[in-house]
Design a protein around this ligand. Sequence first.
Ligand code: 13P
Length: 246
Amino acid sequence: IAGNWKMNLSHLQSIAFVQKLAWSLKDARHDYSVTEVAVFPPFTDLRSVQTLISADKIELGFGAQDLSAHASGAYTGEISAGFLKALDVQYVIIGHSERRQYHHESDELIAEKVAIAVENGLVPVICVGETAEDLELYGPSAVPVRQLHGALALAGDATNIVVAYEPVWAIGSGQAATPEQAEQVAEQLRSVVAGVLGDDAGDATRILYGGSVKSSNIAGFLRQPNVDGALVGGASLDISEFASIA
Ligand code: 13P
């Protein structure tokens, strides 16, 4: 269960938030060995979150929301995979639809980011998903499948990746996909992973659904054989709601 905070919560707010989230999960006797929980704060929060998680031995995972395709150098404003690794960051979201849309990230750039994440021992959380227009024109699977092929183009022999199917029309809309819709696409995405990275990777890869996930609809998604978890946006900013989802 992954919480993408997007551009919310300062580093000071992140400390109080992670502390309370850990308490809520502890109160509910959450078993992290059964259900992994990770948060994805803004870059400026990562050091605070790392320090808190390590000092208090909290079992939450954490990741970044993006990274640079370059290793280092004259790239003003960018954050390298090496910097993230040095902060014990385990995961990095790559190719979120908000970056594809507002920052014009191409499939080629996303492939480079996936490759540099993997090279540096970070687990990429590769986001794919169709817009409402794509859905009407091409049906549900074609665009996500094409995007995943693109994202894995330079992934070589990556063995540890996460794929998030996030239909753009379901993000922040309150209108989630149905569990059956999510399953249909997740199954296709798993075949892509198996085809590109091998059957073992296909079996081992966790496929998340994202888009208006709440505590009231999570169970339907997780009942699907090819949906292994969720990438939660808005509801991940509400501690009790996010803890309930987990
Ligand atoms: P919402 O849960 O707010 O729809 O956002 C989903 C998302 O974009 C997670 O990355």
